[in-house]
Design a protein around this ligand. Structure first.
Ligand code: HGY
Ligand code: MN
Ligand code: MN
Length: 416
């Protein structure tokens, strides 16, 4: 296939300006973003993205999970489109680039093709996947999961946030529930540009991560039940302290993950304590243990050991414990052909690059089940993400978008 010439590059200033413009929507309290899925801020971000896409000559499709599809026509209307995108929703203390770089990097491809007057055989579709983060509505990558047939739409619609608001109702409320059947679209390929969210690329001084694999993820929600009681007048031997049980279980989580060093990781980011009063011994604690590893058997081992350790700890402390698997996916190997398109693009453009395994989950991990998929990564400062201080350089953003541009356009086939 004809490859784009090395001098075909994106407009880094325009991409950066769009990132900064989008970052004004759903601002955090420390310079990042709090644009959680299906909030009014999410709706505003969607509207801005749609406006920009239409200004770039795209037509916008919307499916029943609120997934957005901005289409630039190809010369062959019957050719399956090349999809490229990520997510606009953020963590509550999120950064300006997690997900957003991938969506606006896709839009920059359209804008650059328009500037250069280039036509492609295959249409190109820029995508915003609803609720990638899974913070307000577990699990992560919910809508790309429905698109890939991993979750049913009814199950997704019934997911509730901490206030009991259902996903389906909130999607309707913000006015972004489309008519399209989810997953009906067929793809020639899918590409996602994302910040690394880890320290490797920056530490090695490498511009581009060629993502060959994504590590697997397991979310187990643990409920520990004891008995609410007075923190002052209840003798220690009489206590059934669910908070103590959780603390010992989280120690065990750390030990289990470290036993599979250096790749496995484990922690709990979500913790609800009841009644969460300063002078009441917690009668119930609900928390989600997040285990990850590139190896499936390691993930399974950590899940089994978590349950055994938690049961033993809770027996000792006269507590009840129960478990619910609330999210997860197996380690992913991306499409070798599309991964090579990414690697070749970096080489053609003269960017330093290295193969890398994604530590974070991405929509690409599910879309890989229904289309040839690959990812491009750029460094981020100190490897920090899911923190309002998340930062990248304009050069890193441009390098990632240049490689994405070349990989997508090569796959979409330039029409001379
Ligand atoms: O959890 C993840 O890895 C992603 O950031 N949603
Ligand atoms: Mn992300
Ligand atoms: Mn994220």
């Amino acid at each position: 296939m004809a490859q784009p010439a090395a001098n075909m590059v994106v407009n880094g200033d325009r991409l950066w300006d769009s990132l900064m413009e989008m970052a004004k929507i759903g601002p955090g309290v420390a310079g990042g973003n709090n644009r959680q899925t299906l909030t009014d801020a999410d709706g505003e971000g969607r509207a801005l993205f749609q406006k920009w896409c239409e200004e770039a000559g795209c037509t916008m499709g919307l499916d029943q999970m609120g997934n957005m599809f901005a289409r630039r026509e190809g010369t062959d209307p019957d050719a399956l489109p090349v999809y490229v995108g990520s997510h606009l929703d953020t963590q509550p203390t999120g950064g300006k680039y997690d997900g957003v770089l991938g969506v606006l990097g896709g839009l920059e491809i359209i804008r650059t093709l328009n500037d250069l007057g280039i036509k492609t055989k295959h249409p190109i579709v820029v995508t915003n996947w609803t609720n990638e983060e899974g913070t307000r509505y577990a699990p992560a990558m919910l809508s790309s999961g429905v698109f890939a047939g991993v979750h049913t739409q009814d199950w997704a619609y019934a997911r509730e946030d901490a206030e009991g608001k259902k996903f389906g109702d909130e999607l309707e409320r913000i006015g972004w529930k489309g008519d399209e059947e989810v997953g009906a679209r067929k793809m020639h390929a899918f590409f996602e540009l994302h910040i690394e969210q880890g320290p490797i690329l920056e530490a090695e001084g490498v511009d581009i991560g060629v993502v060959t694999h994504g590590q697997g993820l397991s979310w187990t929600q643990v409920t520990v039940v004891g008995k609410d009681a007075h923190t002052g007048s209840t003798p220690m031997p009489m206590r059934r302290n669910a908070g103590l049980g959780m603390a010992r279980i989280l120690e065990a989580v750390d030990e289990i993950a470290l036993s599979h060093a250096p790749h496995a990781v484990g922690a709990a980011g979500h913790i609800d304590v009841y009644p969460n009063s300063r002078n009441v011994i917690p009668g119930k604690v609900v928390f989600t243990v997040d285990f990850r590893s590139p190896e499936l058997d390691v993930i399974r081992d950590m899940e089994v050991r978590l349950r055994a350790a938690a049961k033993e700890i809770c027996d000792t402390l006269d507590l009840d414990v129960s478990f619910e698997k609330v999210g997860g996916f197996d380690p992913v190997a991306f499409d070798a052909g599309r991964v090579q398109a990414v690697r070749g693009a970096a080489e053609r453009l003269g960017y330093s690059h290295r193969d890398i395994i994604s530590g974070a989950g991405h929509d690409a991990c599910w879309i890989n089940q229904v289309a040839p998929t690959a990812m491009v990564m750029c460094p981020c400062v100190d490897g920090l993400s899911h923190n309002e201080a998340e930062e990248i350089s304009k050069d890193w953003a441009k390098a990632g978008a240049d490689v994405l541009f070349h990989a997508v356009v090569e796959t979409a086939e330039i029409v001379e």
